[in-house]
Write a protein that binds this ligand. Structure first.
Ligand code: KIV
Ligand code: ZN
Length: 381
């Protein structure tokens, strides 16, 4: 089976920065942007230029300074937004304008107060307006996850005919389940007559904890762009996590038959940088980049991993930029783990002496969350 390329569209600086409590300066955005380019993302959504002078400046700065990547700016389906966004990205090597409008009846009725036909006409007009600045136009069909399918097909057909080259299918509220989202993407590709003229993009939110699963399902349905954020930061429960999707596609290439252009060894340093600059700490058990992701504490697991890493690890930690797997000593650890850690510290004992130490170790471990190197030194006296 042919291996397709999936484009990675990073929206850490736009949707990610919309996380409550997060504010990044222009310099911080540039630092993250440089890291994203080095990591190999295809598109950076740098901001929403009309929203504030600071956001305009950030988008413009990234457009001027970052090479080898598409710089994208978000707009509503309004001429003024589009004009401002076009100005902000105009210096980019490859500028993109990302415009769009809601498609669910909920958004049409309560937010936009428009009929379906009015919203479609507004979206088509926005794409035509944006086309005077660039032919790299992405259209977002907001809240596609809760929208009527036939209407979604009509909108996709209309905006592609007007010149959109990427069509974003957001599950804005994190409502969809993987099979639904896969069939939404597949349905668009099958039922929209001009679907071969656009790339379809997954943009998922994590309200029900499904963002990564839905994005991967969208890829199975035929989408060839994924919209993600570092550490999955974003509105409410967040967006799809970049590192989870990239590693799932890499580790399960046998299943997905696609590849990205990401250098996975940069994932952990990038995760740490974004956590530091945003103040959004990563939970210890977070997939791929959490502090515990390559740490083993139970005796059975330690024994397996020390004999052969693949017994309990499907990702070699070096693939994501981590140094190595860790053996964490707790009251659940066994002799093999303790001996390994002592040997790492340069200690080797006779069997008899080791047995005595192991008993002392267990007594100590019962009183602590973790037995650390300092404790081991106390133990060996
Ligand atoms: O979640 C969403 O629908 C969005 C769009 C603005 C792309 O972030
Ligand atoms: Zn979003």
């Amino acid at each position: 089976m042919a291996t397709d390329r999936v484009l990675v569209f990073d929206t850490t600086l736009r949707d990610g920065e919309q996380s409550p409590g997060v504010r990044l300066s222009v310099q911080e955005k540039l630092e993250i942007g440089r890291g994203l380019v080095a990591m190999g993302v295809d598109v950076i959504e740098a901001g929403f230029p009309i929203s504030s002078p600071g956001d305009f400046e950030a988008v413009e700065t990234l457009a001027k300074n970052l090479k080898g990547v598409t710089i994208c700016a978000l707009t509503r389906a309004r001429d003024k937004d589009i004009d401002v966004a076009a100005e902000a990205v105009k210096a980019a090597e490859s500028p993109r304008i990302h415009t769009g409008l809601g498609v669910s009846d909920n958004h049409l009725q309560f937010k936009l107060r428009m009929s379906r036909d009015e919203a479609l006409a507004t979206g088509v007009a926005a794409v035509k307006h944006a086309r005077q600045y660039t032919d790299n136009i992405e259209y977002f069909m907001e809240d596609s996850g809760r929208a009527d399918r036939d209407y979604v097909y009509r909108v996709a057909e209309g905006v592609i005919a007007a010149g959109a080259t990427t069509v974003n299918v957001p599950d804005t509220t994190g409502y969809a389940y993987p099979e639904e989202y896969r069939s939404l993407i597949a349905g668009i590709m099958e039922n929209v007559p001009n679907s071969d003229k656009a790339v379809f993009s997954c943009h998922c939110h994590n309200d029900l904890g499904m963002a990564t699963a839905n994005t991967l399902a969208g890829v199975l349905g035929g989408a060839r762009q994924v919209e993600v954020t570092v550490n999955g930061i974003g509105e409410r429960a967040g967006n799809t996590s970049l590192e989870e999707v990239v590693m799932a596609l890499q580790i399960r290439a046998d299943y997905f038959h696609v590849k990205t252009g990401i250098d996975s060894t940069r994932l952990l340093p990038m995760s740490r940088l974004v956590a530091k600059l945003t103040g959004m700490m990563v939970q210890r058990n977070k997939a791929v980049v959490g502090a515990n992701a390559y740490a083993h504490s139970s005796g059975i697991h330690q024994d397996g991993v020390l004999k052969e890493r693949s017994t309990y690890e499907i990702i070699d930690p070096r693939l994501v930029g981590a140094e190595k797997s860790e053996i964490i000593l707790t009251a659940r650890s066994g002799r093999h783990g303790l001996r390994h850690r002592l040997a790492e510290m340069g200690f080797n004992f006779t069997e008899e002496r080791f047995e005595l130490l192991y008993e002392e170790f267990l007594r100590m471990a019962d009183t602590k969350h973790e037995v650390v190197e300092e404790d081991l030194r106390t133990l060996v006296g």
